[in-house]
Each structure stands twice: as structure tokens, then as C-alpha cells.
Design a protein around this ligand. Structure first.
Ligand code: VGL
Ligand code: ZN
Length: 209
């Protein structure tokens, strides 16, 4: 079975949002085009409590982009984003949500961040994503969404490590690229981890439906 994971296609990561990813909205039509080709479609949502540890606003004397260590884990500080239940945390309006079978919310614990849809950044807790995929008989996972150099990368790497044949859909992703080259390095890093990088056209060509 082939699964498609749509990573964080939420308003706050779109242009005009709290943590905008350049051109982020341009991957929504690609998601809509791809969904019918897959047996199962899962969407992740970054879903933070209002006082989440990843928000620079919670750390006096620090700003957005600064790094702090929390419980031995390196944490980059972000603007307040994807607060549970807010419009910014909602999926993009143009996304064909009726084709999504399952939604996974992550980053829900105040004191730890979660870039991956599978585990928090300390790997202390798992979401139910791996179980859902396995229950469905998933062997192959394709990943696209936002942001290439954070949540897409961490989700794809965990997917590969969990034993799913994993593909990242390059034109279906956009990155933060805080340091120029971060997106390219993320793609290389994923390839080194055994993840295949394909275009949306290449992947639909390979799927029978
Ligand atoms: C993300 C930074 C903070 C992402 C989420 O979706 O890539 N990035 N929270
Ligand atoms: Zn976040």
C-alpha cells in the first residue's frame, strides 16, 4: 500500500502567516493532484499550546532564530505559530481535505517540540502515525509539504528508519532556508538516509492509479 504524508500545510506556514515559508502555498495544488493516486493520505498539523517552548516569546532575552538547549535538546526559537485551534493552525483552505484519511497533530506538549510526524524531537513519545500506516498495510511512503529543512526532513527520515520505502516529492516541498543552502543540504541528507527524491510527475508515473 502507498501512503502520502502531507506535512504541515497550515496557514501559518503560508505567505502572510506567522512563520511563512516562501512560496508555501504553491504546493497545495500539487497535494490536491497527488492525493487520488494514493491508498492512504495522512496530514500532519503542527499543533502547539499557546505557551509552547519553541516560541521565542517564551524566552526572555532571546529572539526568533536563536538556539537554546532545553533538557539537553537543541531548540531553535520560532515566532508564535500554529497555536491549537487558531486560524493559523488550520489547513490551507484550498486543500482537498475530504481526501485526507487521517490527521496527526504534533508538538502538542508544551515542553518539547516535534518536527517529525512520528516522534517528538527527544524521541520520548510516538504519535500514532506509524501504527496507522502499519494497520493499513503501508509499505511505501511519499512525503511532501512544509518545511523541507525541518518537518519534512524529520518526518521522512523517521519513515525510512521505521522501514517504509520512503520518497520525498521535491516540487511538493518548500523550505525555510534560514541559512542559504539549508534546503539543498536537507535533500542531500535525506538521500544519504536512503530516501528517494522524485518529482510529483515521476511519482504519479510510477503509481498505477
Ligand atoms: C516547522 C518550524 C517550527 C515545520 C514547524 O513545519 O517545518 N518548522 N515548527
Ligand atoms: Zn512548530
Amino acid at each position: 500500500m502507498n501512503a502520502l504524508i502531507l506535512v504541515d500545510l497550515q496557514n501559518d506556514f503560508m505567505p502572510g502567516g506567522a512563520l511563512p515559508v516562501t512560496d508555501g502555498h504553491s504546493v497545495v495544488p500539487i497535494a490536491n493532484r497527488l492525493m487520488p493516486h494514493f491508498d492512504i493520505v495522512v496530514a500532519t498539523q503542527d499543533w502547539h499550546p499557546a505557551e509552547h517552548i519553541s516560541f521565542a516569546s517564551r524566552h526572555a532575552g532571546f529572539g526568533v532564530g536563536d538556539r537554546v538547549e532545553i533538557d539537553g535538546i537543541d531548540q531553535i526559537l520560532w515566532p508564535d505559530h500554529c497555536v491549537q485551534g487558531t486560524a493559523g493552525a488550520a489547513l490551507h483552505d484550498d486543500l482537498a481535505v475530504q481526501q485526507i484519511h487521517h490527521t496527526v497533530r504534533k508538538g502538542t506538549q508544551q515542553h518539547i517540540d516535534s518536527y517529525s510526524g512520528f516522534f517528538d524531537n527527544g524521541r520520548l513519545q510516538a504519535t500514532n502515525l506509524a501504527d496507522k500506516l502499519k494497520d493499513f498495510g503501508t509499505t511505501r511512503v511519499a512525503v511532501m509539504g512544509l518545511a523541507t529543512d525541518y518537518c519534512v526532513k524529520f518526518t521522512a527520515r523517521d519513515s525510512a528508519e521505521l522501514g517504509f520505502h520512503t520518497t520525498v516529492i521535491e516540487d511538493g516541498c518548500r523550505g525555510v532556508d534560514a541559512n542559504t543552502g539549508d534546503v539543498d543540504r536537507a535533500l542531500q541528507d535525506m538521500q544519504r538516509a536512503g530516501i528517494e527524491v522524485l518529482s510529483s510527475e515521476q511519482i504519479t508515473g510510477r503509481l498505477e492509479r
